[in-house]
Write a protein that binds this ligand. Structure first.
Ligand code: SF4
Length: 248
């Protein structure tokens, strides 16, 4: 790593520590409000898949600052129900700046002309359909907010409240929430569920890579890339330009 990149990394790490300290003692709602309306107004956004549990983080964001940019990746392989839910939930919560990100058409033509790359190289498919559009859309921001949680297990079991990803600070306000807390929040705020949850989909991504989970006690992400050695879409580009697999 060059001296410049090392300095950049050190500054990011210092920023992550400072943000974590600034959020000390705050609950999830307080942390979201402090970042969006206090420390980083105009420099923060939220990334959402409008999936099974997304309504909770989106409700917290809408309560704090409803004009927060919400970045939504339409991979071109999503369920129709997710696209309908994005529209209905955005309207219901009063979110006024939901932005749809799409894969670069040249990348699709070159690497996935017939839409079957997920069968042969799902990492590359996620990279061109999710990661590259996201990295590009995140450029203007210093902080992004995610709804990930430790209870999802796998790479997420040790999730911190503040982390560094793709050269940005990333806030995970729900990092320590249990499934029961999520369910209670849905109930307390009368939030509409994703329409596929009742059909046995506790985690919802792209159509070809999402299956039902029959046992409710199972890892909620068991239906994502089932049967494959892949649990996250995350291929990310480090400050040294190297592509790495991480929890993302
Ligand atoms: S989840 Fe599947 S279809 Fe969606 S981008 Fe990743 S590999 Fe492709």
């Amino acid at each position: 790593m060059s001296a410049l990149k090392s300095e950049y990394r050190l500054a990011l790490e210092a920023g992550a520590q400072a943000l974590d300290a600034a959020l000390d003692g705050l609950d999830a709602a307080g942390a979201v409000r402090r970042v969006l309306a206090g420390i980083y107004p105009g420099e923060s956004c939220v990334v959402s898949s409008f999936g099974a549990e997304s309504a909770v983080i989106l409700h917290l964001v809408a309560q704090a600052k409803p004009d927060t940019p919400v970045l939504f990746m339409d991979t071109g392989q999503l369920f129709d129900q997710t696209l309908a839910y994005r529209k209905a939930l955005s309207e219901r919560l009063g979110l006024t700046d939901v932005r749809t990100l799409s894969p670069n058409q040249d990348h699709l033509k070159a690497d996935d002309p017939d839409g079957t790359l997920h069968q042969t190289n799902p990492d590359l498919c996620c990279h061109i359909r999710k990661t590259l559009p996201l990295i590009s859309a995140l450029r203007p921001y210093k902080v992004w907010i995610s709804g990930r949680k430790r209870h999802h297990g796998g790479d997420r079991a040790a999730l911190p409240r503040v982390e560094i990803q793709d050269g940005k600070l990333k806030l995970n306000p729900l990092f320590d929430w249990s499934r029961d807390q999520i369910n209670a929040y849905f109930e307390a705020h009368d939030l509409p569920p994703h329409p596929m949850v009742a059909d046995g989909f506790p985690s919802i991504g792209c159509l070809p890579c999402t299956t039902q989970v029959s046992d409710p006690a199972e890892d909620p992400r068991a239906g994502r890339w089932a049967g494959q050695d892949k649990t996250e879409c995350g291929i990310h580009i480090g400050e040294d330009g190297v592509i790495t697999r991480t929890g993302g």
